[in-house]
Design a protein around this ligand. Structure first.
Ligand SMILES: Cc1cc2nc3c(=O)[nH]c(=O)nc-3n(C[C@H](O)[C@H](O)[C@H](O)COP(=O)(O)O)c2cc1C
Ligand code: SF4
Length: 440
């Protein structure tokens, strides 16, 4: 199967090799067509965003206003801070010029003259590699004013890297824009959406690194070619980042709709010691986890995962074998979201902390039966009541892990009985007592 995003070509990250292999020809082809034609082709290709929400890339581009005096911007999102997600950095390393070429084509399609590639600040290595690729592209006239001569067009654009300060929330598109503007990385209330009111109040499109890297191949080979790969409703290849209890963790570029079991057992080499799988999170730590006995026949694409009560997210597949302590896993995941909550809205700021506290109580064998329902209740009160989707990212693992592994979690808490007792304020009321405390 042809690899679209990470082709196996030696030294493909070098500009000369990239050009030798036909690189930057798709940009020329794109510049010879109208921007509307390019948007139309990307729409028809069915390309959906690879940053988490799987939204149609072409449709998003079409939201950019056609007639405006305001400058337009493209933000290319390489913050990649979700636990279990590590695919975008591979593009910086192995295929930066296809990302640059995709950025040029996207800028042309949406009418932007400036693109910012936002990279998490700690990713020094990938920032350095990407900066070198951008410098080389400028030098050869593939980026900046030199484009006019190279491509024989009036259009040109500039690309800048913006280093984040290392916050998960800055991957959220509106926080990313605030961060780029030099402000604190707080999410913005939507609407207005970035296409109307983005960077410095101007029309802006935000796309993930992998999404943009697909673009040159769609233009080169045609939307029909792309639309025919994998699952029709979520076509193309996907970079599956497999981690956890597998023999060969890593990134596997495969057609969408590849079976989850195929990825785990054939590509990632199965589970060490042939142990059974207890749990799989299919799309990065914020997506609903699946039980080991639920994964047979599950296809890895947005629609198929929705059918089994999960989501594709960033396609970071986290595999946990039968000896995994799921309470520890959930407590650790929740600690992450508590730590990364920006604190702007109360349900997320307080709820993530409460969930962490209760989970640690269970971890220390001090949890009670009622704690499980308490956790679900906190998660339900976060979901849908926050400014940005970090709320859901924190709530989903808790809600789905506990409901899907109820027996497992019940084993870890003290049993309780409900007894009607006298209460000064409410007269009689149902109160929970730990079963261990009942002696006769
Ligand atoms: C808390 C949070 C963190 C996010 N982090 C990232 C990220 O690191 N990279 C990314 O591409 N999208 C991230 N997203 C999704 C972005 O908001 C946005 O939807 C995405 O960049 C759009 O690109 P796409 O349409 O190409 O997928 C995050 C969303 C949330 C709520
Ligand atoms: S949901 Fe959490 S991270 Fe998002 S704005 Fe509210 S407090 Fe901040």
């Amino acid at each position: 199967m042809e690899k679209i995003v990470l082709p196996e070509i030696e030294n493909f990250h070098q500009i000369d090799v990239y050009v030798e292999q036909g690189g930057y020809k798709a940009a020329k082809k794109a510049f010879e067509q109208s921007s509307d034609d390019i948007i139309d082709q990307v729409k028809k290709s069915g390309l959906r965003g690879r940053g988490g929400a799987a939204f149609s890339a072409g449709l998003k581009w079409s939201f950019m206003p056609k007639t405006t005096d305001k400058p337009k911007y493209l933000c290319v999102n390489g913050d990649e801070s979700e636990p279990g997600s590590f695919k975008d950095r591979q593009i910086f390393e192995d295929n930066p010029h296809q990302l640059i070429e995709g950025t040029l084509i996207t800028c042309y399609a949406i009418g932007a003259k400036v693109a910012y590639v936002y990279i998490r600040g700690e990713y020094h290595k990938w920032i350095k590699l990407m900066q070198k690729a951008i410098n080389d592209a400028y030098e050869k006239g593939f980026v900046g004013e030199g484009m006019k001569e190279t491509f024989g067009t009036n259009f040109y654009c500039d690309i800048y890297i913006h280093k984040g300060a290392g916050a998960y929330i800055c991957g959220e598109e509106s926080s990313l824009m605030n961060s780029l503007e030099g402000k604190r990385g707080y999410p913005r209330i939507k609407p207005p959406f970035p296409a109307q009111n983005g960077l410095w109040g101007n029309p802006t499109t935000i796309n993930n690194i992998e999404t943009i890297t697909n673009i040159p191949k769609i233009i080169e080979n045609g939307w029909e070619w792309f639309a025919a790969i994998g699952e029709p409703k979520h076509p193309g290849t996907i970079l599956f980042g497999v981690s956890g209890h597998v023999n060969k963790p890593g990134i596997y570029e495969l057609p969408s709709g590849t079976l989850l079991t195929d990825i785990i057992y054939n590509y990632a080499g199965g589970v060490p010691g042939n142990k059974k799988i207890l749990c799989v999170i299919p799309g990065g730590s914020s997506m609903p986890p699946l039980r080991g006995d639920q994964i047979e026949g599950v296809k890895m694409d947005a629609e198929s995962l929705k059918e089994v009560g999960s989501a594709i997210g960033t396609a970071g597949i986290m595999v946990m074998d039968e000896d995994t302590d799921l309470v520890k896993v959930l407590a650790r995941i929740t600690q992450f979201y508590h730590h990364e909550s920006c604190g702007l809205c109360t349900p997320c700021r307080e709820g993530t902390g409460w969930m962490e506290k209760v989970l640690n109580r269970i971890l220390n064998d001090e949890g009670s039966y009622g704690d499980l329902d308490l956790l679900i209740s906190i998660a339900n009160n976060i979901e849908g009541n926050t400014i940005c989707a970090l709320g859901e990212a924190a709530a989903w693992p808790v809600r789905y892990m506990i409901t899907r592994f109820r027996d497992y979690f019940e084993e870890r808490v003290k049993k309780e009985v409900m007894i009607t007792v006298k209460n000064k304020v409410h007269s009689m009321r149902q109160t929970a007592f730990p079963l261990d405390d009942i002696t006769d």
